[in-house]
Design a protein around this ligand. Sequence first.
Ligand code: AMP
Ligand code: GLY
Length: 371
Amino acid sequence: MSNIWIVGNGAREQAIKAACEKSLLSKSVKLITESECRDFLKTPSDTQKTDLVIFGPEQPICDGLVDEVQQIGIKCIGVNKKFSQLESSKLLAKKFIVTHGIKCAKLLPIESNEFPQVMKFDGLCKGKGVKVLYNNEEKNVFARKFTGMRYFIEEYLEGDEISVMSYLYSGRLINFRPARDFKRLSKEKDAPNTGGMGAYTPVKLTEEQQIKLQIYLKKLETALLQEGADFNGFIYSGLIWTRGDWYVLEYNVRLGDPECQAILTNLKNDFLDILLNGTEPEYHEGVGACLTIAAKGYPDTPIKGDEIILPEDSSVDVYFAGVKEKDGKLYSDGGRVLSLCTNSENPFLTLKNYADKIRMEHKYFRKDIDI
Ligand code: AMP
Ligand code: GLY
């Protein structure tokens, strides 16, 4: 039985908390912030307070907090600092990919005039450091977005994307079923990228896609082990199907948000048993899905402070992403406000119906997304 701390406070972490609370292996579960975790490190006499720390977002992971907590003898689930560079440096990730014979978009000269092309900043940019460019004017504007940060240009690939989350446990990869997230704010091609407006799992794949996916995941496992990966933590592969194979678009060193919520909604067995004992995931029938309720103005200038009144419906799990509670009432307090989750044959129908009934003045969600 474990006392579990989860670092982070978004909808993904709320969903992880709910999954841990359901587990027979947990005694208590609470969310803590990165700075609470740092304060804890200063008072090592407190080590009996927690048996396990699970890391949600990339920032504390890339800051090396997993290594620091482990150093005082506490079990962690999270990628160590060395391997966190797979997310924090897209150039290092490219080197890793190419070294291990995995496919990815090829680099183009910075001054390339071959459009469309993709510009990527080489650092943590909260999902805003990548843009598909269609002309030089866009290129010049985007190049100034994160001044001082290195960037590179790569070829544009066209195809269907999936997110595959894997858990490295005792030297082997346990892979969750593929999920799909909806990154753009609306269905328009030039709509801004967001932290994810919804997600579902499983994704229907052809037999060839499934075979190639298994080959890719084996290569990833071998690559991680050859490079000496010895943490227990999550690796997220953003993959695109093109030229008859899976190409890596990005690595993240955590569970995706909102893909994590979709996976955990669909998961049948005990999540903590997977994390602590390396059991294989099992799933419910149907599709696990998640719909993001955002605030109008998101991602750049979300309107905050609306009162939120939620309908009663026990078939939908609601996780708070940007919500403040005051005097027993709920208020929107961020761009991404709520994460709605359910598992069924037609989950987005249920989620959109629920979303329609939420009272919140500046509510925004994608009505077009579906499985
Ligand atoms: P990333 O953060 O690298 O996954 O990029 C965010 C999104 O940009 C991806 O999910 C893709 O939709 C798109 N993207 C990134 N790289 C490429 C590429 N080489 N070709 C086409 N689209 C890309
Ligand atoms: N949904 C993509 C991410 O978490 O980065």
